[in-house]
Design a protein around this ligand. Structure first.
Ligand code: SF4
Ligand code: SF4
Length: 615
């Protein structure tokens, strides 16, 4: 009957705290409150407590419009609480006209149903057979007993509410085919209306909110309408029904506190305490109890909430006005007629009680809440009268620890500390990242400079230099390398500086390629290998740079004069070094002659060194 539309919900948990039967829990998936309809008793406390107005009762507006448009005869049962809602309507007789303007065929007061049921209670209480009763005029109270005190179902008075009695009376008076529309402030009447499908049936139950919407929809304004009287049956003091003891007064029951057999209680919390006491102590109390939720004076079906005293005054004023046109004899005859009808009703056991968790579990929860030792007291902010009751419902899965303000604050402080630590770590990481970025920028700059330097150095070398990857694609080569390979390679070099990505296979012959392949595959150096390429003698050294991935080659064109000279010097030096022993042996065998050979060779070396200096 009640639902939460989470769009505007602030997750303040007020509804969870205020629900008297813990029918609202937090949805673990999104943290929004959710109503368990099986546990709800329709008190409407959550609707009134929700500040963003995001909890709603089931609307019957469209059903009401459909009924009015159906062409059926519709009888309205108007609650006397109308006096609290419509204090702006100057005369109650305007209501009758306004209802008829809506399309209502019979504009009746609920008050006669109250009169009848009040007298039924008088009979029940006066015919005492040892059982004490809890009145059942308010569906919220009935639902509470059925769900949370099913042991007391047999103590619920076996009488329908005035609304259901009114529907049965109306059908006896106007015919079984009429449709009945209840208009009042109690949202629980909407569910009560669904309970019957015989001549007690109420076809649609609307609140004052919805009645105002209908007036607006049909542009009905009392200023444009004349007075008219309500349709029979006319009531007596049933108009006092919204007051705590209204139904007792309506039947002129004894209210003398010394002699009365009925105690009157109003409000959700007093109702719960009273019913608990009734269960525990009724054999000592020896009284019937009339209990109401209080929604007939200040429920969610009103469009505004007036002060208690003023509301009571309005009800009494309305009743007085009604009694100015009261004809006791006529009323009494009607009462006697309709008292004859059957107003009995059954109840159902709808037990929603949950077992109390084991003591160890409760103790564990109290320890978690840091309430161990103070469990019998409590701030009540969680909606429970003690920390123990709260812990019990946490154990039952009906409450969450976050409803405890001190627990939630500690949690949120520890969360804040975690967030602070996280922020610190984040700031540190950011600093490190900035430093790394700076280092990387410097490295990039340095490497750029180094690359420029290396390129310049490569170009200065008189030897050809080439670097290739394992697919024999050129990573870098210098201009000398291209000029050693000939004109075609030189042309390519002018278009693609460094011969980057050029295929080495297409630039040098297979015997040369094999040397690069060998170095890349075997990771071995090739030093000073002479090879013939296209009739040119080249001196080649190839070495791995990154094993199996990159190799570098130094190629010298043996035709170049500077190479020839340097090579002659290198090779003679090499010959001398390698053959020194042999030369010495030759010297030993040939005497001075051998020294002449060495001298001659040395002179050649010196000559080329001199030549080199000159250049
Ligand atoms: S009282 Fe309203 S806003 Fe607060 S949690 Fe409940 S539904 Fe959401
Ligand atoms: S209507 Fe009453 S019982 Fe139902 S969820 Fe709201 S507060 Fe709880």
């Amino acid at each position: 009957m009640v639902k939460i539309e989470t769009g505007n919900c602030t997750r303040c948990n007020t509804c969870i705290r205020i629900c008297p039967v813990k029918a609202i829990q937090t949805d673990a998936s999104d943290g929004f409150p959710v109503i368990n309809p099986s546990r709800c008793i329709g008190c409407g406390a959550c609707i009134l407590a929700c500040d963003p107005r995001t909890i709603f009762y089931r609307s019957s507006l469209e059903d009401a419009k459909a009924l009015l448009a159906s062409g059926e005869k519709v009888l309205a049962l108007l609650s006397p609480s109308i006096s609290v809602e419509f204090e702006d309507v100057t005369d109650y007789r305007k209501f009758a006209t306004m209802l008829r303007a809506l399309g209502i065929t019979y504009a009746c007061e609920l008050s006669f149903g109250v009169d009848v049921i009040a007298y039924k209670y008088q009979l029940l209480f006066s015919d005492f057979k040892g059982r004490y009763y809890i009145t059942s005029t308010d569906p919220v109270i009935v639902s509470y007993v059925e769900k949370y005190h099913p042991n007391l179902i047999s103590n619920l008075a076996p009488l329908v509410s005035p609304m259901i009695a009114g529907a049965r009376i109306a059908r006896h008076l106007y015919g079984p085919e009429i449709k009945v529309m209840y208009i009042g402030p109690d949202i629980a009447k909407k569910d009560e209306a669904l309970l019957y499908d015989d001549d007690r049936k109420v076809d649609v139950a609307i609140t004052f909110h919805e009645l105002r919407s209908l007036f607006k929809h049909f542009s009905i304004d009392e200023a444009n309408l004349e007075f008219s009287e309500f349709d029979p049956p006319l009531s007596y003091k049933g108009a006092l029904y919204p007051l705590t003891n209204g139904i007792i007064q309506a039947a002129d029951m004894d209210e003398n506190l010394v002699t009365t057999s009925v105690l009157c209680i109003e409000g959700i919390k007093p109702m719960m305490e009273t019913i608990q006491e009734f269960e525990n102590n009724i054999k000592f109390i020896h009284r019937h109890v009339h209990i109401t939720s209080g929604n007939s004076l200040a429920g969610p079906g009103f469009t505004k909430q007036s002060g208690r005293l003023f509301s009571e005054y309005l009800v009494i004023k309305y009743t007085n006005k009604r009694l100015q046109r009261f004809f006791r004899l006529e009323w009494y005859q009607q009462l006697q007629t309709y008292l004859e009808l059957d107003y009995n009703r059954p109840y159902r056991n709808d037990d929603q009680r949950l077992p109390v968790p084991p003591e160890e579990k409760i103790a564990e929860i109290l320890t978690m809440l840091e309430k161990k030792g103070s469990e019998t007291v409590g701030c009540s902010e969680c909606g429970y009268s003690s920390c123990r009751e709260f812990a019990v419902d946490i154990g039952r899965g009906l409450a969450s620890p976050e409803l405890c303000i001190s627990y939630a604050m500690k949690n949120s402080m520890s969360n804040m500390e975690s967030i602070r630590q996280l922020n610190e770590k984040l700031a540190k990481t950011r600093r490190l990242l900035k430093e790394t970025e700076e280092q990387s920028r410097l490295q990039k700059e340095t490497s750029g400079r180094m690359s420029e330097l290396t390129d310049a150095m490569l170009e200065k070398l008189r030897a050809g230099v080439v670097f290739v990857d394992n697919k024999l694609k050129i990573i870098k080569a210098n201009a000398t390398f291209s000029s050693i390979l000939g004109e075609e390679a030189e042309e390519i070099y002018t278009v693609i500086p460094g011969l980057v990505n050029a295929d080495l296979n297409k630039l040098i012959p297979p015997n040369f390629i094999n040397l690069f392949s060998y170095v890349l595959n075997d990771n071995e150096n090739i030093e000073n290998r002479d090879i013939n390429v296209g009739g040119n003698l080249l001196n080649v050294s190839i070495f791995p740079i990154v094993n199996g991935k990159i190799a570098g080659g130094i190629i010298r064109d043996m035709r170049a004069p500077e190479v020839q000279r340097a090579e002659v010097i290198n090779r003679i030096t090499d010959v001398i070094d390698r053959n020194l022993e042999m030369v010495q042996k030759i010297g030993f065998l040939l005497g001075e002659g051998a020294t002449d050979i060495e001298r001659m060779l040395n002179s050649i070396i010196e000559f080329y060194k001199e030549e080199k200096k000159k250049r």
